[in-house]
Ligand binder design. Sequence first.
Ligand code: HBI
Length: 353
Amino acid sequence: MLKLLFLSTPVGSLGSGQGGGVELTIQNVAQELQKRGHLLEVVAPQNSVLKGIKVKTIEGNHQIAVQTQTRDVPICLPTNSVLANMWEYARQVQNNYDLIVNFAFDWLPFYLTPFFARPIAHFISMGSMTEASDRIMNKVAQKYPNTIGVYTKSQAASFPFADLCHILGSGLDLSLYQFCPQPQNYLAWLGRIAPEKALEDAVAASKITGIPLKIFGKIQEGDYWQQIQQDFPEAPIEYMGFFQTEKLQKYLGQSRALLMTPRWLEAFGNVAIEALACGVPVIAYRRGGPTEIIRDNQTGFLVEPDSIPGLVEAIEKIDQIERKNCRQQAEGEYSLKALGERFEAWFYKILSI
Ligand code: HBI
């Protein structure tokens, strides 16, 4: 049994959707490790909530989302930084824990690693984003072997320390997702509504095919969303809002396919396994994490990156996919049990147990 201290992403409260896929990862890993008998506390910005997990909330100003910055951006912290406050708390309580696990994609936790008395595992939730983070992460990877965890091989490949990364994949509580054999006539798009997710491509494909598109997720950049609506006034799209899992999976499950149009190197794409869990085939650009998730022509289609005709062609043959194959892949590869085992093995390796 391990005593674990998880430190969350500082970009928003857990449960707000601001933290994107890493919110789901923290909830799922914490839930599964607790079920396996480990003691665990999650440190996160105020107003954070996790189902069934003890959360120590910390006040302070959120960190700027790194994907809104350029590669050469200097290291920055807002005044009264919630990230700094979270790590001050961790410093004070560190001796009550066997291992600290960092989920922030920020310079500070990596820089502080050698100053801590307890070992720190770093789970990196995105591909390479800035020079400053690459450098500091590389330093930690070289000095503390095995302490860097990532979702996928393609994500690891984007870093200078690719071969030092522990590949952990992802997983879901599949009991929360119901298999839907018969879809209604609409497509789904799910994720943070922000430029790196290229929602506009999915909207364009919906307009061309004439198949309605339901959009789920937090509007992270309002003017980006406004621009899409101006550019595609007559596209058959409907913004549904940001739903928690229970309601999301009901609508997602009834879609004919999930469209994934990442402009950036998607580290994993938790939304892909949420769709598979409901029996929904995934059509995604052949880029990043989704290329390691989707079985082309079996549980979805991988198309030429940024190609709208590629999306349209895949949509038109989507009925070739057996929806039960999608659910079966989720059960085989993305169960919470398998995820918990991978994280536990990683932690024991770091502690050389
Ligand atoms: N930006 N600065 C910063 N720190 C994070 O931890 C962070 C982020 N942007 C997005 C993000 N985390 C998560 O949404 C990832 O899952 C993508």
